[in-house]
Design a protein. Structure first.
Length: 254
C-alpha cells in the first residue's frame, strides 16, 4: 500500500509543501494521485547547484598585486631621489597595498627579497640554465653558462651592485644576496664534475672557486673599464675560463 502522504482525503503533506492544489486530486485513487504528483514534480524547474566560484580572476588579481610589490621592492632597493630606504612598510606604500598584504604574499621580509632576486634572474635569462645543463657537450655547456651570466651582469650589473651596497647595512638583503650567489657555485660544481676528472678533490674545489670568481659581477665590472664593450668583456672571461680548465687538466691529468 502506498503511503498516506500521496493519497486523497485530507491531502498530501508533501503535496501541500509543493504548492499543489488539494482540490485537483480529491477522489483520485492513490496510485493515480501518486503518478500525477511525480509528473508535477518532474515538470517543475530544477534549481541547479551553484557552480563553484572560479578563482581565475582572483588569482590574476593576486598575481598583479605580487608583481606590483616586487617592482616596488626593486625600486626601493635600487634607490633614487625621493625614495625611502628599503623596508616592508616602504614597499607596501610604494606598491599601494597594506603591510599585511605583503606578508600574505611573501610570508616574510626574506621571502620578499628572494622574490626580487628570482624576478631579476627570470628577466635576466636564467630560465635558460636547465637547457644548458641538458647539453650533452659539457664544454659547450660551460661556455653557454658563462655567456648567460655575462649577459646578466651587462643588463643588471648596476642593479645588483646597488643591492650589494644595501646588503652592507641590511643583513636580510645580504643573506638573500648570498643565497642567490651561491646557486652559481653549485651549478659550476656540477659542470666541473662533468668536464674534468680530477683525482684530487681539493683541486676540483679550487677550480670551482676560480670559475666562481671569473663569472662574478666583480670580475665583470673590473673588465668593463675604459668603455670596453660587453662582447669584449665576455670574450676575455671565456678565455680566462678556458685557461683555468687547461691549467687544472695539465696539473692533474686523469
Amino acid at each position: 500500500m502506498l503511503a498516506d502522504g500521496f493519497g486523497s482525503g485530507r491531502g498530501s503533506l508533501a503535496a501541500s509543501r509543493r504548492g499543489i492544489r488539494r482540490s485537483a486530486y480529491c477522489g483520485l485513487p492513490n496510485a493515480l494521485n501518486f503518478s500525477i504528483y511525480i509528473l508535477y514534480i518532474d515538470s517543475m524547474p530544477v534549481k541547479l547547484p551553484r557552480q563553484p566560484y572560479s578563482s581565475r580572476i582572483r588569482e590574476a588579481a593576486a598575481d598583479e598585486t605580487r608583481c606590483r610589490i616586487v617592482a616596488a621592492a626593486r625600486a626601493l632597493l635600487a634607490g633614487g631621489e625621493g625614495l625611502p630606504a628599503f623596508s616592508v612598510d616602504g614597499v607596501a606604500r610604494q606598491a599601494g597595498v597594506t603591510r599585511l598584504t605583503v606578508y600574505n604574499q611573501f610570508d616574510s621580509r626574506c621571502g620578499l627579497l628572494q622574490a626580487v632576486f628570482d624576478d631579476l634572474a627570470r628577466q635576466g635569462g636564467m630560465c635558460e640554465l636547465p637547457a644548458i645543463f641538458a647539453e650533452p657537450d659539457p664544454a659547450q655547456a660551460l661556455r653557454s653558462f658563462v655567456h648567460v651570466f655575462c649577459r646578466y651582469w651587462a643588463n643588471y650589473g648596476v642593479v645588483i651592485s646597488r643591492y650589494a651596497a644595501v646588503a652592507k647595512m641590511d643583513e636580510d638583503v645580504a643573506c638573500s644576496l648570498r643565497r642567490s650567489t651561491e646557486q652559481r657555485r653549485v651549478a659550476l660544481s656540477e659542470l666541473v664534475g662533468r668536464l674534468v676528472t680530477v683525482p684530487c678533490p681539493q683541486a676540483a674545489a679550487e677550480l670551482v672557486d676560480v670559475l666562481f670568481a671569473l663569472t662574478s659581477i666583480e670580475m665583470y665590472e673590473a673588465l668593463s673599464v675604459s668603455g670596453r664593450p660587453a662582447e669584449a668583456v665576455e670574450r676575455l672571461i671565456q678565455g680566462l675560463v678556458a685557461q683555468a680548465l687547461h691549467a687544472v687538466s695539465a696539473t692533474h691529468p686523469a
